[in-house]
Design a protein around this ligand. Structure first.
Ligand code: S3P
Length: 439
């Protein structure tokens, strides 16, 4: 796996981003297409599937549980659904690499099976909090062993689940989805209330596959005992991957880039809203709906940015985009203040600390706080920064090269392959001077 070999990036200073490109498929939707396609009755055809390590970990998990899955080939995957009760226990542990989404969603889905499963992951995943899913699942009747709330998780067989009414302690689509997936196997109704809107891909895909989900403001409910019907799923390009190019174009003079067929689900567009508040020139065209998800082409042209106080209601809508947004803040005039984002400390790395440390090395004044950061725009210099094996930290420092005064070396970038295979190729095509080397 990626964590066993090391890859560094070297980015040369300057340049601008130009042209039209399509970034890989949405990670969240790719995971869900495998999970729900496997449980459906009939054959689900997926196109635009993300062939990154995280989504492939989910695919391998379902193969290990007896589902025939053809592909992926050029983003096409064919899933021969086994129905709600057709999964088979795997005699081996299921290794989920770096993927929090695989782990948390699978925990819910596995809680309702009549076989036991052990889930493991890499070093980063093994350090991430899992009580946020094991606690509500235990209330539903699941029996799960963990290492003090961390991986490995062993989800025991055959426990009867009962629907619960649960208020999420944090805004998390992974926890919401976990409980809804368990709810499909529970007796009665399961209701989840979220403190703020989070990505609703699970709800949309369940609906698209004929499983009724009731949405009432901040509350989602599902009745146990239903079934899913196979469908075709066109996965849009991932707005989280498009973000690196959006920010790159927003900070580099002369840039004009169009990202095509990007998912613009309202629960994911915080990055567009925040960049616009900072003064970015962003226009949408070719808006449409594909497989129940809104899409558009996103054009970003360079315009000077200014620092802002980021509205807290945008935080869950841009949760994966903050490392890149911190680079935008570093290039903006004035100070940017982020609050209400303590979840960033428990992502693939502590993203507040990782970005604060790296930006500081590059000469930018940063002040990390418990739930956010204060960044004063300035001149990005050169230096060697750590990605902490976090794909989004690595790609964020890569695009900082566009405004850097000298070379930036970014260490431990192999995990970029979890969400964005061929980032280096696409970034080079767009105008970034970036090389990778194995160490
Ligand atoms: C995801 C939800 C978010 C996000 C992650 C993908 C999902 O995590 O950060 O990259 O697919 O449901 P949280 O639920 O922990 O906020």
């Amino acid at each position: 796996m990626s964590s066993e070999h090391k890859k560094h990036y070297i980015v040369q200073p300057g340049g601008k981003l130009q042209g039209e490109l399509r970034v890989p498929g949405d990670k969240s939707i790719s995971h869900r297409s495998i999970m729900l396609g496997s449980l459906a009755e009939g054959v689900t055809e997926v196109s635009g599937f993300l062939e990154g390590e995280d989504a492939l970990a989910t695919l391998a998990a379902f193969r290990a549980m007896g589902v025939q899955i053809d592909g992926p080939q050029n983003g096409k995957v064919t899933i021969h659904g086994v129905g709600m009760h057709g999964l088979k226990g795997s005699d081996k542990e299921i290794y989920l690499g770096n993927s929090g989404t695989s782990t948390r969603l699978l925990s819910g889905l596995l809680a309702g099976q009549n076989f036991a499963t052990t889930l493991t992951g890499d070093k980063s995943l093994s350090g991430r909090p899992m009580r946020r899913v094991t606690d509500p699942l235990a209330t539903m009747g699941a029996v799960i062993d963990s290492d003090e709330g961390k991986l490995p998780l062993t989800i025991k067989a055959g426990n009867k689940l009962t629907g619960i009414t649960y208020t999420l302690p944090m805004a998390s689509a992974q926890v919401k989805s976990c409980i809804l997936l368990a709810g499909m196997y529970a007796k009665g109704k399961t209701t989840v209330t979220e403190p703020a809107p989070t990505r609703d891909h699970t709800e949309r895909m369940l609906t698209g596959m004929g499983y009724a989900v009731e949405v009432n403001g901040d509350t989602v409910s599902i009745e146990g005992g239903g079934k899913l019907t196979a469908t075709s799923i066109d996965v849009p390009a991932d707005i989280s991957s498009a973000t690196f190019f959006m920010v790159g174009a927003a900070i580099a003079e002369g840039s004009d880039i169009t990202l095509t067929h990007v998912g613009i689900n309202p629960t994911r567009i915080g990055v567009i809203n925040i960049l616009k508040l900072m003064g970015a020139d962003i226009t949408l065209s070719n808006e449409g709906i594909t497989g129940g998800e809104p899409v558009a082409d996103i054009r970003v042209r360079y315009a000077p940015l200014k620092g802002i106080q980021i509205p807290e209601d945008q935080v869950p809508l841009a949760i994966d985009e903050f490392p890149a947004l911190f680079v935008a803040a570093a290039c903006a005039e004035g100070t940017t203040i982020l609050t209400g984002a303590e979840e960033l400390r428990v992502k693939e790395s502590d993203r507040i600390q990782a970005m604060a440390d790296g930006l500081q090395i590059l000469g930018i004044d940063t002040e990390p706080t418990a739930d956010g950061i204060i960044i004063t725009g300035g001149i990005i210099g050169s230096g060697e920064v750590e990605s902490h094996d976090d794909h989004r930290i690595a790609m964020s420092f890569a695009i900082a090269g566009l405004q850097a005064g000298g070379t930036i070396q970014i260490n431990d970038c192999a995990n970029v392959a979890t969400s964005f295979p061929d980032f280096v190729g696409l970034a080079t095509k767009a105008g970034l001077e970036i090389d990778e080397f194995d160490v």
